[in-house]
Design a protein around this ligand. Structure first.
Ligand SMILES: Cc1ncc(COP(=O)(O)O)c(C=O)c1O
Length: 397
């Protein structure tokens, strides 16, 4: 790496190399390895001609900076797209896509297992603006064709669902949706953009709640939307700018910092997650483990076909137990924190009930369901924390 203009021209197709180098231009920054935090609203022009022609790379803070360019380039390279726009949160990324690629009178097909606030966006803002939504079974595959209407503008996928972990046949959906001229959107957060390359499977717009694995340290809110097709990407950027969406520069720096180590972190989340999932599957207190990388998962074949790994997020269904037993299990956890989000370095566990937010499918577990995020702690310590929890659960039952 000798000159500023060749820093991004790494030829590798290996994810580890891409996330280490993409979006960095050290010699445009006095040799410093990382693109700095450019704070700024105003960008100055030297002359009247320059001001009137706007022919310089950066014109105003909201419209981009070297920091946002670095992050956008790196995420686009990681996910295999051509252009990314970063957003202040994952929810903002979802809202921006829904607003930017529909108009009054349009129809959305939304996966029934979607992240609940995405559903809220459809039932609230989108409905108010005259866009109707139909929810579909995540396992529908090519059958999506039958639900397409002449006014279906986009089909939204999330694979796996982030509470109940159904894997979707994205390629079959994309083929059917493209045949009818609509767009395929995917919330690709679970894979971190590492284990599933959306554009190779026909996705048009890929969303990351970068708050999770890209940031990776539970210390910032961030989102991204990436497109592969240049016209779709241009529409995305133009609409996001019209909506005034720009992420904070410190948060973007934290996103870049997290992204550099995402490949190694994801490997560890994957290994530890699968080991804990298998261990839980053998526990007498556990009725079912919902982890796509386990052979027992109903769409394991699709995970195996399409994904190159698994993140640290999965769920378990306990055998029926009372609330005091569940509280004893959760309240005494030493390593597992109880709180929203996932994708950070630390283990988390929350109880949930997916039933109230289903309309096209049913969710009826026999016992309490818990979502686990397996962090980067030693597996032996994570098992010991769970083991002690099961002892508390037993004695409180
Ligand atoms: C699957 C999924 N998508 C999107 C989001 C929203 O991301 P954010 O919290 O950054 O708004 C979340 C957050 O939990 C999520 O789990």
């Amino acid at each position: 790496m000798t000159a500023s203009d060749d820093s991004n021209k790494h030829a590798s197709t290996h994810g580890e190399t891409i996330v280490t180098h993409a979006g960095r231009d050290p010699f445009a920054n006095h040799g410093f390895v990382n693109t700095p935090v450019y704070r700024g609203s105003t960008v100055l022009f030297r002359t009247l001609d320059a001001y009137e022609s706007r022919q310089q790379k950066y014109v105003y803070g909201r419209r981009g900076s070297p920091t946002s360019d670095s992050l956008c380039e790196a995420i686009a390279a990681m996910e295999g797209g051509t252009r990314t726009w970063v957003m202040p949160s994952g929810a903002a990324a979802i809202a921006a896509v829904l607003l930017s690629f529909t108009k009054a009178g349009d129809h959305i097909l939304m996966v029934d297992t979607v992240y609940q606030p995405t559903r809220k966006m459809c039932e609230g803002v989108m409905k108010r603006y005259g866009v109707e939504t139909t929810y579909y079974d995540p396992t529908i595959g090519a059958g999506i064709s039958a639900l397409m209407k002449p006014n279906t503008a986009l089909v939204f996928t999330e694979s796996p669902g982030s509470l109940t972990f159904e894997i979707q046949d994205i390629a079959a959906i994309a083929k059917a949706v493209h045949a009818k001229g609509a767009l395929v959107v995917m919330d690709n957060t679970w894979s971190g953009g590492v284990f599933f390359k959306p554009f190779a499977h026909g996705v048009d717009l890929s969303i990351q709640a970068a708050t999770k694995y890209i940031v990776g340290h539970a210390d910032a809110m961030l989102g991204s939307v990436t497109a592969a097709d240049p016209a779709i990407a241009a529409q995305l950027v133009s609409e996001a700018q019209a909506l005034g969406i720009c992420a904070g520069t410190e948060e973007m720096y934290l996103g870049l910092r997290g992204l550099r180590t995402i490949e190694v972190r994801m490997q560890r989340h994957w290994q530890s997650g699968v080991e804990i999932a298998r261990w839980l599957e053998a526990r007498p207190e556990v009725a079912r483990v919902l982890h796509p990388a386990l052979e027992s998962h109903p769409q394991h074949h699709l995970w195996k076909r399409d994904f190159t790994g698994a993140s640290g997020l999965f769920a378990i269904e306990l055998k029926p137990c009372g609330r005091p037993a569940l509280a004893a299990f959760l309240d005494g956890m030493k390593l597992f924190g109880m709180g929203a989000s996932w994708g950070g370095f630390e283990s988390l566990m929350i109880p949930y009930n997916a039933a109230p937010s289903r309309t096209a499918t049913q969710w009826s577990p026999k016992g309490p369901t818990l979502r686990l995020h397996i962090g980067l702690e030693a597996v032996a310590d994570i098992k010991a924390d769970l083991e002690a929890g099961f002892a508390r659960l037993k004695s409180a039952a």
